[in-house]
Design a binder for this molecule. Structure first.
Ligand code: NAP
Length: 298
C-alpha cells in the first residue's frame, strides 16, 4: 500500500451501513480504496469491505448478506455469472452480456446490474466523443471483460464490431453464449490470424487480454510490426491500468494513435455502482480516481 493512502479517514460506528465486494481471490481488489475514499468525502456512515468468498460458499454468503442488512456489493471473478441465479432480478444490460458486477438490496430482493459497460464507454462518450456510426472496432480477447467491451461498442453504435481470439473453441463458446442476447448478430468473431487485415481498418482497437499487465510490462498482444498497420488517427484502448502506459499503448502512441488506459473504466464502473447504492446522481469521481492513483503510485 502506498503511504499516501491515508489521506482520508473513514469512521465506522454502530450504525455504519455495509457495502463490499465479493470475489475469490479478493485481496488485490482496488474497489475498497476508491469506494471508501468516496464515502469519506461524502461524510456518509457507510463502510465498503472486501469479502473473500469461495464458489461453494456463494449461496450461503448471499443469504448471510441479506441477514445482516448489506446495502449492496460489487461482484468480481469468479462470481459474475454464478451470482445470477441467486438474484431476484437483473437489468437488461446484465442480461444482454450475461454477467453482473453490481448487486443492490431492494426491499427483500437482490437486484443485479452491470456497470462495466458504462465504465468502458465513459471516456469514449466524453473526452474522445465522435460519431461512431461509420467506425469499426476491433477487440482483442474473448474473456469476461470483452463481454462489456462488445456491448459497449454496440451501444455506442459502431458500424462493425470485430472480436479476435486465439482459441477457436473458446471463440465459438463466446459467440454461442450470446444466443439469447439482442447483441448476438451485431458482432463478428475472428481467429488471431485475421488480425492484420482487421487492424488496418480499425478506428478503435481494444486490448481486453491481460497481456502486458504488471509485472509482464515488456509484453504486448501486438508486435510493433503489427501495430504499424493501425491507422494514425485510431484510438487504442487498453483495459490494463498498470503499467502506465502499457507496451500496447506505447506502440500505438508511436504510431500516432490516441491512447486510453483502463483506469477511467475502473473509476467509472465504480462511480456508477455507488450512485445506485446511494441513490444519488453525483458521487465524488475525482476523489475516487485520485485515491486509486495514490494507491497505485501513478
Ligand atoms: P479473462 O476472462 O481471463 O480473459 C482474458 C482473455 O485474454 C481470454 O480471452 C484469453 O484467451 C486472452 N488471452 C490471454 N493471454 C493471451 C495471449 N497471450 N494472447 C492472446 N490472448 C490472450 O480476463 P478478463 O476478466 O476479461 O480481463 C482481461 C483484462 O482486462 C485484465 O488485464 C483485467 O485486469 C482487465 N480488466 C480491466 C478492467 C477495468 O476496469 N479497467 C475491468 C475488467 C478487466 P483465451 O480465452 O484463449 O484463454
Amino acid at each position: 500500500m502506498n503511504n499516501k493512502d491515508n489521506n482520508y479517514c473513514l469512521q465506522v460506528t454502530g450504525k455504519s451501513k455495509l457495502l463490499g465486494v465479493i470475489g475469490d481471490p479478493i485481496e488485490h481488489s482496488l474497489s475498497p480504496v476508491m469506494h471508501n475514499a468516496a464515502l469519506s468525502k461524502l461524510g456518509l456512515d457507510y463502510v465498503y469491505l472486501p469479502f473473500p468468498i469461495a464458489p461453494e460458499n456463494l449461496e450461503v454468503a448471499i443469504a448471510g448478506f441479506a441477514a445482516v442488512g448489506v446495502v449492496g456489493f460489487s461482484v468480481t471473478i469468479p462470481h459474475k455469472q454464478a451470482i445470477i441465479p441467486l438474484l431476484s432480478e437483473i437489468s437488461p444490460v446484465a442480461e444482454a452480456i450475461g454477467a453482473v458486477n453490481t448487486v443492490t438490496r431492494q426491499g427483500d430482493r437482490w437486484v443485479g446490474t452491470n456497470t462495466d459497460v458504462e465504465g468502458f464507454i465513459a471516456p469514449l462518450q466524453t473526452t474522445y466523443q465522435q460519431n461512431w456510426s461509420q467506425k469499426q472496432a476491433v477487440i482483442l480477447g474473448n474473456g469476461g471483460a470483452a463481454r462489456a467491451v462488445v456491448a459497449g461498442c454496440i451501444q455506442l453504435g459502431f458500424s462493425e464490431v470485430h472480436l479476435v481470439g486465439r482459441n477457436k473453441n473458446k471463440l465459438d463458446e463466446f459467440r454461442q453464449s450470446w444466443h439469447n442476447s439482442p447483441f448476438v448478430n451485431k458482432f463478428e468473431v475472428h481467429a488471431w490470424e485475421e488480425l492484420s487485415n482487421l487492424i488496418s481498418q480499425a478506428n478503435l482497437l481494444v486490448n481486453s487480454t491481460p497481456v502486458g499487465m504488471y509485472p509482464h510490462v515488456d509484453n504486448s498482444p501486438l508486435s510493433a510490426a503489427e501495430m504499424a498497420n493501425l491507422p494514425t488517427d485510431a484510438i487504442a484502448y487498453d483495459l490494463i491500468y498498470i503499467p502506465k502506459p502499457t507496451k500496447f499503448l506505447h506502440l500505438a502512441e508511436q504510431q500516432g494513435a490516441i491512447a486510453i488506459d483502463g483506469l477511467e473504466m475502473l473509476v467509472q464502473q465504480g462511480a456508477a455502482a455507488l450512485k445506485i447504492w446511494l441513490q444519488r446522481d453525483n458521487v465524488p469521481v475525482d476523489e475516487m480516481r485520485q485515491a486509486l492513483k495514490n494507491h497505485l503510485g501513478i
